[in-house]
Design a protein around this ligand. Structure first.
Ligand code: 0PR
Length: 376
């Protein structure tokens, strides 16, 4: 750091330059984030100094967090769920697995494993490392949902949790959560649902899926307001059916305004909490449904246009994630990037992956299809 600071004007013009180097979301089809809703940005800015790591100092923010847990819990089938606003899907997944691991450790279990679908997000690789849990990966069926028979085969005496994904990162597929719930019920095993992406999509789809606390065996759910919830980054949410799992996460915090803390991080911004509260209250279920409807309509438009060119999806999209097959997908991805698009590719099966977030418009899809026609 320099001895003397620079002027505000100089700094502001530097910041603007840096901001211009960042991409806008206009041609981004690889991200699960989007522009936050303007009301979320407003609330975020108002609560910049709020720290829920010491929540006794910020009772106004804390009340919004408590209400959010009720609102998001109700959306996911249980208004009496318990949890907190995390930094995102990674923290929520870690905390769910840490809670059941701590519980089982107290019961005397030493070597523990969890079973996740092969499609699980890479946060589970971090979990394997951090929590010293073996992570077993179960194979998939033809539609890229976890194969429940393979899950059942992997269960042993040291299995403490099964994980189902409601909205897989790469394919936007929904695992057969009801069948996983039956297995969890029969074996008395914790069932965590990673709905980081799908939690704000699935309740608003025309088709109905059982994936949440309305299934008795579902123990915890991860759901991210900073993905399809239109909130600011970082906003995740971890919910438990049973409050006692929060106690399994708690540490004593004798010199704070509260006696204990359940979150993974210490200092915790209240800004995304205010943002999430604001946007969910402002939009309501109708507003969120309209956003999902629009994304799904554009998803169908994209798939329809691709099929008309003889390009087919790996699975018919279940939510707003499209994966397209090409014999030479890396070349296609590169050619699209050269035209300013940001796209990604899946691992297996290898395909072009496009996420149709709320920043995507009809014009975007038309422009994209036009470019696809030229590079395919
Ligand atoms: N679970 C699922 C199902 C996810 O899709 C993701 C993230 C997570 C957990 C982890 O969430 P956090 O990243 O909030 O901790 N899925 C995207 C991914 O990793 C996130 C993303 C967002 C990637 C924006 C790129 C991007 O530009 O692919």
């Amino acid at each position: 750091m320099e001895e003397r600071g620079i002027s505000k004007e100089e700094l502001k013009s530097f910041l603007k330059e840096q901001k211009q180097k960042d991409l806008t979301y206009r041609k981004v089809l690889s991200s699960m984030c989007t522009y936050p809703h303007e009301i979320a940005a407003y609330a975020h800015n108002l609560f910049l100094d709020s720290n829920l790591g010491d929540s006794g100092l910020f009772p106004g923010t804390k009340a919004m967090e408590d209400e959010l847990i009720r609102i998001i819990g109700a959306l996911l089938g249980n208004e009496n769920a318990h949890g907190y606003i995390s930094t995102g899907g990674t923290e929520s997944n870690i905390q769910a697995m840490r809670a059941i691991r701590n519980r089982k450790r107290k019961e005397g279990l030493q070597q523990m494993n969890i079973i996740v679908p092969k499609t699980a997000h890479f946060s589970f690789d971090k979990i394997e490392d951090l929590l010293c849990l073996e992570v077993k990966k179960a194979g998939l069926d033809d539609e890229l949902r976890v194969d429940v028979n393979l899950v059942e085969e992997l269960i042993d005496d040291n299995t403490i949790s099964i994980v189902g994904i409601a909205g897989t990162t790469e394919f936007g597929q929904i695992d057969p959560i009801k069948e996983l719930a039956d297995i969890a019920n029969n074996s008395d095993i914790f069932l965590h649902i990673d709905a980081a992406f799908g939690g704000f999509v699935i309740p608003f789809l025309d088709a109905e899926y059982q994936f949440d606390f309305s299934l008795d065996a579902v123990s915890s759910i991860s759901v991210d307001p900073h993905k399809m919830g239109m909130s600011t980054i970082p906003a995740g949410c971890i919910l438990f059916r049973d409050e006692l799992y929060l106690a399994d996460l708690a540490v004593d915090t004798p010199y704070l305004t509260t006696n204990e803390q359940c979150s993974l991080i210490g200092t915790r911004s209240g800004a995304p909490v205010a943002a999430t509260y604001a946007v969910l209250k402002y939009l309501g279920r109708d507003g969120l449904r309209a956003i999902v409807d629009n994304c799904m309509q554009l998803t169908r438009m994209l798939v329809h246009g691709a099929k008309a060119m003889g390009i087919y999806p790996v699975i018919e999209p279940v939510m707003n994630v499209v994966t397209l097959r090409f014999p030479d997908v890396d070349r296609v991805a590169k050619a699209l990037e050269a035209r300013g698009w940001r796209v990604s590719t899946t691992r297996a099966p290898k395909a072009l992956r496009l996420v149709i977030m709320p920043h995507v418009t009809e014009d975007t899809i038309e422009m994209f299809l036009n470019d696809l026609e030229n590079v395919k």
